[in-house]
Design a protein around this ligand. Structure first.
Ligand SMILES: NC(=O)c1ccc[n+]([C@@H]2O[C@H](COP(=O)([O-])OP(=O)(O)OC[C@H]3O[C@@H](n4cnc5c(N)ncnc54)[C@H](O)[C@@H]3O)[C@@H](O)[C@H]2O)c1
Length: 308
């Protein structure tokens, strides 16, 4: 089986490449290296790497040759960047998805699994988030991801292309880039604390997130690609558990054996107070549940950072 991973040099994509390679897939990566790194693919040296842009149909069609299954991860994954440049990011986040779907259809690929996001739920108060709830995308990022979900469903309905969209909640794990101002809060806290510096918490620290470990997200992708009867479906990928930023801060401080007071700052505009998945649909139809507890995931992440 040949798998194409768009965005395969990024945080989640590179973990997916490692697992697919381990499982015996012949893996092709299409990445423009805008945020991805070649070093993220060091564990999978046999990967065929194509440097190219998903917004360029010919580049996608070229990478799609002989591909059976596509994992579409490439995106401008930073909400602020999409607010700054809605036209440019639309080319990647929506047109890029359309290019992947059309190239997959023309090449006769069997399945496309696409990365979506919990951001499609916006700031509506009802928790936990279920797939059938009213959506409220609040940024160009969330709008393009929702449009991409609809395009995936349309390709399933029109052409029978087996598409599945996964709404990731807050993914964390090794290789998430803490130097980026947009990267996950865990990587930023960890990076600061391991340098002996107190991180800043925006707001009172009581805001909660559903943190899901990257290897669980990889398993969800593989389940989505290998389970029959789920074409055209959308799934929440989260743990069903809420962790507050203060809890996160304490767990990290404990594991790093540091005792620093966080700096509290005014809440950031547009920050959502609480987010948690109801991931029972994925449990029922994909037989997928998060397996790595938050503490264990943080332990693995800390061990990686200490090793470096
Ligand atoms: N990290 C999270 O918590 C999270 C949550 C929800 C959804 N997602 C989604 O998961 C996917 C992966 O995110 P990530 O956290 O690994 O981010 P990332 O930035 O590490 O990975 C994105 C990858 O896509 C590549 N890329 C960007 N634009 C491209 C283009 N035009 N053509 C080809 N490649 C391009 C980047 O170089 C990078 O390798 C994205 O679609 C993102 O929107 C992530």
């Amino acid at each position: 089986m040949r798998a194409l991973v768009t965005g395969g040099a990024g945080f989640i994509g590179s973990h997916l490449v490692d697992q697919l390679t381990h499982d015996g897939f012949n893996v092709v990566v299409l990445d423009d290296f805008s945020t991805g790194k070649l070093s993220n693919l060091a564990h999978s040296p046999k990967t065929r790497i194509i440097e190219g842009d998903v917004a360029d149909f010919n580049a996608v069609a070229n990478a799609m040759q002989g591909v059976d299954v596509v994992f579409h991860q490439a995106a401008v994954a930073s909400v602020p960047k999409t607010i700054e440049d809605p036209l440019g990011s639309h080319q990647v986040n929506y047109v890029g998805t359309l290019n992947v779907l059309e190239a997959a259809r023309r090449a006769g690929a069997q399945r496309v699994v696409a990365a979506s996001t919990a951001a499609v739920y916006g700031d509506l108060p009802e928790l936990p988030k279920r797939e059938d709830m009213t959506l409220k995308p609040l940024s160009p990022y969330a709008v393009d991801k929702l449009a991409s979900e609809l395009a995936c469903q349309m390709y399933f309905n029109l052409h029978g292309l087996h598409t599945v969209c996964l709404r990731y909640f807050n993914v964390f794990g090794p290789r998430q880039d803490p130097s980026s101002p947009y990267s996950g809060v865990i990587s930023i806290f960890l990076s600061r604390l391991s340098q002996g510096a107190a991180p800043t918490i925006f707001g009172d620290g009581q805001q909660t997130r559903d943190f899901v470990f990257v290897k669980d997200v990889v398993r969800a992708n593989i389940k989505a690609a290998t389970t029959d009867g789920v074409g055209g479906q959308v799934f929440n990928i989260g743990t069903n558990k809420r962790t507050s930023l203060l809890d996160l801060y304490q767990i990290l401080s404990h594991q790093l054996a540091v005792n620093l007071q966080p700096t509290l700052a005014a809440p950031r505009m547009g920050d959502i107070k609480d987010s948690v998945a109801d991931a029972s649909k994925a449990a029922k139809l994909l037989d997928w549940r998060a397996q790595v507890s938050f503490d264990d995931g943080v332990r693995q992440l800390v061990a990686e950072v200490v090793k470096r």
